[in-house]
Design a binder for this molecule. Structure first.
Ligand code: GLN
Length: 497
């Protein structure tokens, strides 16, 4: 670590350097605040919280000096603007929540502060986490710090946690929180060349996270290394009586899984993920991933997940159904934006919601109310629930034979801002490989594994058994070590940062 800027340090290195007194949290925070300012063109942050960060750093330095440093003492982090942060505006990047300042803190962010971490600011996302490109944000799109080798158009960072992924890739923070409903941690991680870990449903509390689709939403870390994701996950996880779907079971120290031997474990390769017209570069990368794991002593098995093709349609029935119900609370009375003008209460609701929600959110609410309507409930919603069960059973059967499953994270690399805007179906296809694990509630990680012909990062996904994040982390560590991915867009002449 000698010589390089402090902002190049991983979370593990920053943590250890702080403990050893090689630099202070104040120095670290100041370094990040200045690169954040210089990289505002990326639009990765919607709110910067420099005063809070500096005050937190001072307190951390006091504790460190007194030998009372906690696990993440003085480590700066960014928080996706979907997590409620007490006293700091939280918008879900929707106009309808513009100006909303929560009087409470989400459980996950509170746990990170309790471990000593310091908040740098809130990151941009697709409005209400609906999207795969971070272009539906009320605050405008985020730019990916990577650019194609021979084409200087700004690219999307993926979504919905695009601000978090771009900020981590551009070294505006060493780690950030994300949320993943159908792929929103893993897909942006793949697009930005960073690591994104979605834990098992129930591992992290959803309390205080603005709800999108409650049966799918999960918080997780976005970082530059597998070890850092393991470190953050340890301090984000745990039972919370305030979330009835959080699961009461012990939280291991996930960092101990990094570097653990995977020898003799079995990796499943699902034949249904070889989708028609698959990009040969993605196919080749997948093959490489298989080699990395077999080199490390894992045994490869072809597996079948026969209901894979139904995952995307099922997701796009269930997620909008839940969203339409969750978003009913935004009525102009309790939170954020309220339309001006006359009329009665119903007029006010209508005007507020049509002004406050963007086009994609309105589309989801309409799909959701339609599939839940009396005439179509059985045909769509109920049917989709049944198929969701079958998708879960596919994984259960597969995990009788294998320990972990390897797939690509996304069907392609980052695309240009605006490129898929008028084609919602092709936008939805981004999640074809991530949605099945979401429906089954399984842990999944995206780890950068190589570059495509344009010099853009591509990720591989590992899916694990319920609550077996440790095997996922161990296998991801193998791919990370063997791929030798250089996660620096600047080093490759990327634009932006
Ligand atoms: N891209 C998916 C969607 O638009 C997933 C989003 C997410 O995981 N939050 O719904």
């Amino acid at each position: 670590m000698a010589g390089g800027p402090l902002t190049d340090l991983s979370i593990a290195e920053a943590r250890d350097g702080l403990k050893a007194g090689r630099f202070t949290s104040k120095e670290l925070v100041e370094a990040y605040l200045s690169v954040m300012e210089a990289a505002r063109a990326l639009n990765a942050f919607v709110t910067e919280t420099p005063e809070r960060a500096l005050a937190g750093a001072e307190e951390a330095d006091r504790r460190l000096a007194a030998g009372e440093g906690r696990a993440l003492e003085g480590v700066p982090l960014a928080i996706k603007d979907l997590f409620c942060t007490e006293g700091v505006m939280t918008t879900a990047c929707s106009r309808i929540l513009d100006g909303f300042t929560p009087p409470y803190e989400s459980t996950v962010s509170q746990k990170l502060w309790d471990a000593g971490a310091v908040m740098l600011g809130k990151t941009n996302l697709d409005e209400f986490a609906m999207g795969s490109s971070n272009t539906t944000s009320h605050f405008g799109p985020v730019e990916n710090p990577w650019r194609r080798a021979r084409d200087n158009r700004p690219l999307v960072p993926g979504g919905s946690s695009g601000g978090s992924a771009a900020a981590v890739a551009a070294r505006l923070c060493p780690g950030a929180t994300g949320t993943d409903t159908g792929g929103s941690i893993r897909q942006p991680a793949s697009f930005c060349g960073v690591v994104g870990l979605k834990p098992t449903y129930g591992r992290c509390s959803r309390w205080g996270i603005v709800a999108f689709a409650s049966s799918l939403d999960q918080a997780g870390p976005i970082t530059r290394t597998v070890r850092d994701s393991a470190i953050l996950l340890t301090h984000m996880s745990g039972f919370d009586p305030k979330d009835s779907t959080s699961v009461e079971r012990p939280v291991p120290d996930f960092e101990t899984a990094v570097g653990r031997s995977v020898k003799g474990l079995k990796v499943g390769v699902p034949k249904e993920y070889r989708v028609e017209g698959m990009d040969p570069e993605i196919e080749a990368l997948w093959q490489k991933g298989i080699e990395y794991l077999t080199d490390a002593g894992m045994e490869v098995k072809e597996i079948s997940l026969p209901h894979t093709e139904y995952a995307l349609p099922v997701y796009y029935i269930l997620a909008p159904a839940e969203a339409s119900s969750n978003l009913a609370r935004y009525d102009g009375v309790r939170f954020g934006h309220r339309a001006e003008g006359g009329g009665d209460l119903l007029d006010m609701y209508e005007a507020t919601r049509s002004e406050g929600f963007g086009a994609e959110v309105r589309r989801r609410i309409m799909i959701g109310t339609y599939v839940l309507s009396a005439g179509y409930y059985d045909a769509y919603y109920l049917k989709a629930q049944k198929v969701r069960t079958l998708i879960g059973r596919d994984f259960e059967a597969a995990f009788a034979d294998v320990d972990v499953i390897l797939t690509p994270t996304a069907p392609g690399a980052a695309f240009a801002i605006g490129e898929k805007e008028d084609d919602p179906i092709s936008m939805y296809l981004n999640d074809v490989f991530t949605v099945p694990a979401s429906l089954a509630g399984l842990p999944g990680i995206s780890v950068p594994a190589g570059l495509d012909g344009d010099g853009l990062p591509l990720g591989l996904q590992l899916i694990g058994k319920p609550f077996d994040e440790e095997t996922v982390i161990a296998a991801a560590g193998v791919i990370e070590a063997r791929a030798g991915f250089d996660g620096s867009p600047a080093a490759r002449g990327g634009g932006g940062a």
